[in-house]
Design a protein. Structure first.
Length: 172
């Protein structure tokens, strides 16, 4: 996976799942069960993509720290609230892109089904466009599939093409 594609993936993940990466998380936000999660994303300019993520409490904390860093350096607005079992997030961020600054505005809603599944719908606007995309509807669903596979470490994400990268390494 090219550095540019990894960057777009990271920006998109921050745009719609980044809601869970904020410093001020709602106290009543549901927790995800530790283990292997299958995550399907759609709306990134093609057909849905499925990846797998090995998750534990430490990985969640590391992702929260990553979000805190992004919020402190890049986002002028990040509102997160629970409305029943739905986590609602609105963000306005200025990101460093490969060709200069990018303004990103996003709205997403995540519906949880206990600690073993969730579904997110959202919309991101980029100015200027990122890789030809000025607006992007996004969907994501995740489901717990069991323990992490042998040899996997927390934070390992297996991409659709079989490449493995560690989410914790994306902080550097």
């Amino acid at each position: 996976m090219s550095a540019r594609c990894r960057w777009l993936l990271a920006v998109s993940l921050l745009g719609f799942t980044g809601l869970a990466l904020a410093q001020d998380l709602p106290a009543d936000m549901p927790k995800r069960k530790a283990g292997l999660w299958e995550v399907q994303t759609g709306g990134m300019g093609g057909r849905p993509q499925t990846m797998k993520l090995c998750l534990d409490a430490d990985t969640d904390r590391a992702m929260y720290q990553m979000g805190t860093k992004v919020r402190g350096q890049a986002c002028s607005k990040l509102d997160i609230s629970m409305k029943g079992q739905v986590l609602v997030s609105d963000a306005v961020c200025k990101l460093d892109g490969p060709n200069g600054p990018i303004n990103m505005t996003s709205h997403s809603e995540t519906q949880f089904q206990g600690d073993t599944a969730y579904q997110t719908t959202g919309h991101i606007k980029y100015e200027p466009a990122v890789m030809g995309q000025a607006e992007m509807p996004l969907t994501s669903s995740g489901r717990w599939v069991g323990p992490c596979a042998a040899g996997q470490k927390p934070g390992d994400m297996v991409m659709p093409n079989g490449t493995t990268m560690n989410m914790k390494d994306m902080q550097h």
